[in-house]
Design a protein around this ligand. Sequence first.
Ligand code: CA
Length: 260
Amino acid sequence: MISEKTAVAYSAAAESDLGRKRSSNEDAFGYSVERGVYVVCDGMGGAAAGEVASSLAVDELMRLLAGSASRGPTREEAERAIDAANQAIFSRARRNHKLSGMGTTMVLLLTDDRRAWFLNVGDSRGYRLRQDRLEQITVDHSHVEEQVRAGRMSRAEAERSPLRNVITRALGTQSQVTPDVFELETEPGDLFLLCSDGLTRELSDPLLESILRLGLPLDALCARLVGAANQAGGQDNVTCLLVRAGQSISSGNGKARRGG
Ligand code: CA
């Protein structure tokens, strides 16, 4: 029996794969279960610039949010760190013309016991599986998403559109960027997915849901997701990061198993 006061203990696993068509991986990820910080980025830009942008973003975010503090970051600290990561990429691109125009998407999850926040820029996504139902939490910053929301395009048309790669917000391409923020209440059993578009282009939401519902260990689920995306074509780099909210047996303050 789960009491209202039961602490939530998180666990995580991630996998990033080249896919079957690309020669380099421009995706990057990082996480700290201890600090409740999880991030996936998908870089873009000529030559190796996309890789530089996504790894710079992940490094900056992990350094600022999971580096030294004895507690997990607040939403405000996350927003400041995103601003700093944006500045770091933007100024690096200005100093080096080979990196000009580089940028990256970002989806960040913060967890704090029974609360969680998704912050996103671009079309890397955050989902939540709750009681076997998958829900996309973030909203893509993309041209086709805007067209769908304005009623000018159907979902099916968006998926086939030649403009589906066009994103309307990125880290590092402008001097300022504003992420969207989604606050959630967490329940034991929730499973969060952070991923790059190389996963969601290949696998529909119902297919993602059917894999996540298998209830396998997180590393096995990551392997299934990457394998399925590659089997479906693997046109792009594929990255998935899974975070499971479990029931804590020992919260350290004696309240973990009240009423059990
Ligand atoms: Ca991609």
